[in-house]
Design a binder for this molecule. Sequence first.
Ligand code: HEM
Length: 281
Amino acid sequence: MKWIITYLTSSIGKKQIMGCTGAFLALFIFGHMCGNFQLLNFDQASAQASYNAYTEFLTGFNPLHFPVKMIYLVELVLVAAFALHIFLAVKLKIENKKARGGIEYEVNTRKGKKTFATFTMIWSGLFILGFLIQHLMMLKFGEHYLYLNDKGEIVRDMWLTTIQMFANPGWAAFYVVSMFVIGLHLFHAISSAFQTMGIAHQKWTPIIDLAGIVYSVVVALGFGITAVASYYLANQPETQALIEKSRSLQPQLEQQKAKADKAAFVIPSVGEVQVSFNIEK
Ligand code: HEM
């Protein structure tokens, strides 16, 4: 038990945990970027269908029929990884500053020079935290629209929430800037993570550095292109008409969903009994 505490409180332990949580987050980001490519479709009615099917699949995925949906477990791990990553980053920053007697400088030991990304690591990280708060408030916990899919089910219209946000030039520009910052953060994070893991090799280090650059550029460009293209597509007359149509269908879909939810209401202890309530005001 003592060795765990020693490891967790050591500088190298903290850096390695930061590296592992960062690697997990980097993998999530890549998958998320690929999923969002479904917005890139000139036929936005198909984009609406496929994007909603994709987000419905992610939120409903539970092949082993766990009592708790898989997405909640994934979200728990994501939040824990983010929280640990940020906490350790700030803690290391404070400890490093103290060790240098309060002098603010950072040196990339491998290259022996200060880099823009190294210097801005903590600030780009805090910016990403701000971006994430906006991102989740606006999309995940944002306006909840409904959509009737081709199986006749009423699901969340995540496409409508997302495309309406990107129709706004201010939000589209904010995303492009955020993606640049995320790229910068990832670029430095990858090479420094491998360095702290003790992988500094004449042959492998330049390859890892290159892979880090490629990954950061791909992710920043992938998300950035999605934001710019979504802005363009969202402002096309056909998409605007589809947005209007989808919005006008909301009262009807809400009624249909309320009816379907009422019909499917089952008392577990009684079994498959359908009940309905007449609530009088
Ligand atoms: C063009 C850029 C992006 C688009 C269109 C986009 C879209 C979305 C949407 C629609 C959701 C809600 C999904 C749902 O609740 O079903 C979401 C969730 C999320 N996004 Fe993004 N995203 C983008 C960029 C990013 C970036 C760069 C990050 C990370 C730095 C990120 C991290 C997250 C996280 C952590 C969640 C919550 C996942 C969950 O609860 O399962 N997103 N995103």
